[in-house]
Ligand binder design. Structure first.
Ligand SMILES: Cc1cc2nc3c(=O)[nH]c(=O)nc-3n(C[C@H](O)[C@H](O)[C@H](O)COP(=O)(O)OP(=O)(O)OC[C@H]3O[C@@H](n4cnc5c(N)ncnc54)[C@H](O)[C@@H]3O)c2cc1C
Length: 463
């Protein structure tokens, strides 16, 4: 038996003895859904699964694991795409799936306080019911949790209007590796009282502490959404359209998503989603605004048509039509069904001035080396965020590491980032030095060493 397995056995025995079988599951009693996240790693059963109901439960579990020097992997909704929540066979997995609930919507400070395991969609419903909008939104909203959003500093489709998760967080409660509960359920906009420590835990991917409560800033309600799918000439036109709309309808642009034709065809032909525009345009944009009515979006689109920046466009005339347009952009949820041999996924940042050229360079690379792959390009491009996914429709497996080395090499040449929003987790760890200097990595290790000196939280992830 390895040392890790011996430690794990002792830790699990202590967890069971002190927390009981309601909170601690082992063996076949661990539901297989806790064996993996959305990254394509083989399912692995952790040594034990802890299902806390309260912050005190989380604290007790971490205290026991700390005493045994036992590694703990925190799990939210398991929609992460970097393998951050994927457990190892000797890990204890700690799932926030029972810590669900909106504790308060405070209309006077425009904040919402929720337990970390609450699915993002529930936050949307609570915010809307109280006359507000939740600024964080992404395709996985039905399954991802607010704790996971905080841990990954999730981006999503409304970043250009409301910022990343970081910009929406006012306060946090976290539990440290030794079980200490640290709480700042701050609602104040201004609070310059020493180090803004909650910021450290946002985007730390569970390596510094377990987030148990979140206070989010809410935004004024979006009373009407006007959504258009546009066919355009190229990426330079996309940039010109973005800048034009920012000036013509300031503060009203909610989403600006680009889809290259391979993505549009995958969605409308392979996945069978209805195609409101033909599939032969060089680039598609999904634009969503908070304008009051359809005419107010028609006017700027007419100017863009006149200037030759737009080739064609369809406007959603009802909520049902709007959902149908978004169904095209949300086709990534279908990858697993079509790429049965798995897929190689990228979530990179590219400076906007180089985005068009970078996509061309990456497309040439793929056509030359892996012509049998279906490669789809899309992204939250207003945030310099490009997604690229490669898979094979015949179920064959692609050479993941070879592709990653080549793609990240190009991203690095364009001075991009190896992760724009999904995080480093397990899958991008080897490539982190392409985006961070040795001094930056040294500082990250210093922070990790100070807050989790035994390296127990999400062992082997990020650093
Ligand atoms: C269809 C689809 C669309 C997506 N779209 C987007 C998008 O537009 N933008 C985007 O940024 N991401 C996107 N993602 C990725 C994913 O949804 C986000 O990363 C999300 O924030 C993860 O939340 P989760 O609760 O599922 O976390 P998990 O997958 O469970 O965990 C993710 C990481 O956070 C840690 N973690 C989870 N909960 C906690 C906690 N309470 N305390 C401490 N650490 C914790 C885990 O250890 C892990 O490292 C998408 C995923 C899918 C499947």
């Amino acid at each position: 038996m390895t040392e890790a397995a011996t430690i794990a056995d002792a830790a699990v025995a202590a967890l069971l003895a002190q927390l009981g079988a309601d909170l601690v599951r082992t063996g076949d009693a661990i539901d297989p859904r806790f064996h993996h996240d959305w990254a394509d790693y083989p399912a692995t059963r952790p040594k034990a699964l802890v299902l806390p109901r309260t912050t005190e439960d989380v604290s007790a579990a971490l205290r026991i694991c700390h005493a045994h020097r036992q590694g703990v992997v925190t799990q939210g909704g398991l929609t992460g795409l970097a393998g951050g929540a994927h457990p190892g066979p000797d890990d204890v997995a700690l799932s926030l799936s029972r810590m669900v609930g909106i504790e308060e919507v405070d209309a006077s400070s425009a904040t919402l306080t929720a337990l970390a395991g609450t699915p993002l969609e529930q936050l949307h419903q609570a915010a809307e019911a109280a006359g507000f909008t939740c600024g964080i939104d992404l395709g996985a909203r039905g399954s991802c949790t607010i704790g996971g959003n905080v841990a990954t500093n999730a981006g999503g489709i409304n970043v250009l209007r409301y910022g990343m998760t970081r910009q929406n967080v006012r306060g946090l409660e976290v539990v440290l590796a030794d079980g200490t509960v640290v709480r700042s359920l701050n609602k104040l906009i201004k609070n310059n009282t020493g180090y803004d420590w909650p910021q450290l835990f946002i985007g730390a991917e569970g390596t510094l502490g377990v987030v148990t409560r979140v206070v989010l800033a809410l935004h004024p309600p979006v009373r009407s959404r006007q959504t258009a799918l546009c066919a355009i000439r190229d990426f330079d036109a996309a940039l010109a359209i973005l800048r034009f709309l920012e000036q013509e309808i300031p503060g009203r642009l909610l989403a600006f998503e680009a889809m290259w034709p391979d993505f549009y065809r995958f969605a409308t032909r392979t996945a069978g989603i209805s195609a409101p525009l033909p599939g032969d345009a060089p680039l598609y944009l999904l634009v969503e605004t908070s304008l009051p009515d359809q005419e107010s979006l028609e006017a700027p689109l007419a100017v863009l048509l006149e200037r030759g920046l737009l080739h064609d466009a369809v406007l959603a005339k009802s909520e049902e039509e709007r959902r149908k347009l978004w169904a095209i952009r949300e086709v990534p949820a279908e990858y697993a069904r079509h790429f049965r041999g798995g897929s190689v996924k990228f979530d990179v940042g590219i400076p906007l001035g180089h985005m068009g050229e970078a996509v061309g360079t990456l497309r040439d690379l793929i056509d030359r080396n892996w012509p049998e792959a279906t490669a789809v390009f899309y992204g939250h491009v207003a945030d310099s965020n490009l997604h690229l996914v490669l898979g094979r429709l015949d179920g064959a497996v692609l050479p993941q590491h070879e592709i990653e080395d080549a793609v990240y090499g190009i991203v690095s040449r364009f001075e991009g980032s190896v992760s724009a929003e999904h995080g480093i987790g397990r899958s991008k760890k080897a490539y982190l030095p392409l985006s961070r200097s040795p001094e930056e990595l040294g500082l990250m290790r210093l922070i990790k060493g100070a807050i989790d000196p035994l390296g127990l939280l999400n062992p082997g992830k990020v650093l």
